[in-house]
Design a protein around this ligand. Structure first.
Ligand code: GDP
Ligand code: MN
Length: 389
């Protein structure tokens, strides 16, 4: 789960990491009042959306007075931000964070991530913090240092010195880095984070390390044990369809293609997406209907898939292990009939009672193509989406 910058900073603060003072505002008047309450000569008004790259897109602006903060907030609130991290339609800004301005001497990059290959955590650091870290990684990867950390032992003193050295820090700043990384690792472990990124981590004119931006991702599967984190969820930032799917217990992820997919089992769903690509097509979504897919579930899944106007064909790929293919076939026929599904349907049933299921599909007068192998299913779905079936 993703959270807003202001929420991530609240969590950083809880773990003793220095962040500027700030207040959330949803109207220009509130932004003006926030700037006045902060009382600093400069404030920064920052769009709060679940996406980075806001600075370059006009979502982060300095203001030198409360009146200017109001003006700047009126520009940012209600704007649709387009950054490399937003969906194609952009993100509507509903809140801004008004923050005490910092005097920046240098912008660094610091992150803790899970290194899956090493089965450890990793600290990633760079002197080239700010708004272009992706470009740094691409063009001058030597400017990024990675230090692998054993989660059971924790970060070691020599590793902190090594990172401090790579960042060009003085002795006093290395002490601050030590405290900061200690807090960040505690946060990571105690709150079950999966990414904690501070970009930029600035060195102020006074020589202090301050987290000027914060992105924290939390493991969804651990939210049940973090009530405080779970309530930071902002449904307005989530994909509408993914949220609807979540409510009816379907795992759905929207993608860019035109072949809607309904599959039972996450592994089979992934294999189905691969097969569609292999056959030259492009999937519109990932959808795991789960083990207990029944007619109602099939119907809800169809509804969800059809909310995506790009969908030109639907591929249903069900393996009958626990579920019976004949019941799925009845569900598909009933749901497609009731919903008046107009796009071509390609259905592959395998496993328990598959022949009975295929017979039910064959008897229906709906536009359904049956397939036996996964490759056949992929090829037929791609042809159907292209208008050839
Ligand atoms: P992002 O573009 O979404 O990553 O947003 P950031 O929070 O990282 O802000 C983008 C940039 O705005 C930073 O890299 C800084 O250069 C600048 N910025 C943010 N806060 C301040 C501030 O308090 N003072 C100054 N001078 N610049 C700031
Ligand atoms: Mn940033």
């Amino acid at each position: 789960m993703n959270v807003h910058e202001y929420q991530a900073k609240e969590v950083l603060r809880e773990f003793g990491i220095a962040v500027p003072e700030g207040l959330v505002a949803t109207t220009p008047a509130e932004a003006e009042a926030a700037a006045r309450a902060l009382g600093t000569s400069v404030v920064v008004v920052k769009a709060q959306v679940h996406a980075g790259g806001r600075g370059k897109a006009g979502g982060v602006k300095l203001a030198k007075s409360p009146a200017e903060a109001k003006e700047v907030a009126s520009e940012i609130l209600g704007m649709t931000l387009h950054t490399p991290q937003t969906p194609p339609e952009g993100k509507l800004v509903r809140k801004v964070y008004v923050e005490a301005g910092s005097e920046i001497a240098d912008e660094l990059y610091l992150a803790v991530v899970v290194d899956r290959a090493e089965e450890k955590l990793a600290v990633i650091a760079s002197t080239e913090g700010g708004m272009e870290i992706e470009e740094v990684a691409e063009k001058t990867p030597e400017k990024i240092v990675t230090e692998t950390v054993d989660g059971n032992i924790g970060i070691q003193a020599y590793q902190i010195r090594k990172i401090g050295c790579a960042l060009g820090l003085g002795a006093e700043q290395v002490k601050q880095l030590d405290a900061l990384l200690g807090g960040l690792f505690r946060l990571f472990n105690e709150k079950d984070a999966s990414i904690a990124e501070i970009n930029p981590l600035v060195i102020t004119k006074d020589g202090d390390l301050v987290a000027l931006d914060a992105k924290i991702n939390f493991d969804d599967n651990a939210l049940y044990r973090h009530e405080d984190i779970a309530k930071l969820r902002d449904p307005e930032e989530e994909d509408e369809r993914e949220r609807a799917a979540h409510e009816i217990d379907l795992a759905y992820v929207g993608l860019d293609g035109n072949i809607g997919c309904m599959v039972n089992g996450a592994g089979l769903a992934m294999a189905t997406l691969d097969m569609i690509q292999y056959c030259g097509g492009s999937p519109a979504n990932f959808l795991d209907a789960g083990g207990g897919a029944d007619k109602e579930k099939v119907k809800e899944a169809f509804k969800l898939i059809l909310r995506d106007e790009k969908v030109k064909a639907i591929l249903v790929n069900i393996f009958g292990g626990i579920v019976r293919c004949d019941l799925i076939a009845e569900g598909v026929v009933a749901a497609a009939g009731e919903l008046g599904v107009e796009v071509p349907l390609v259905v592959r049933l395998q496993g328990t009672k598959a022949p009975e299921g295929r017979a039910i599909l064959a008897e229906s007068d709906l536009n359904i193509t049956s397939a036996e192998t996964l490759q056949e299913a992929g090829e037929r779905a791609v042809a159907a989406a292209a208008g050839g079936a």
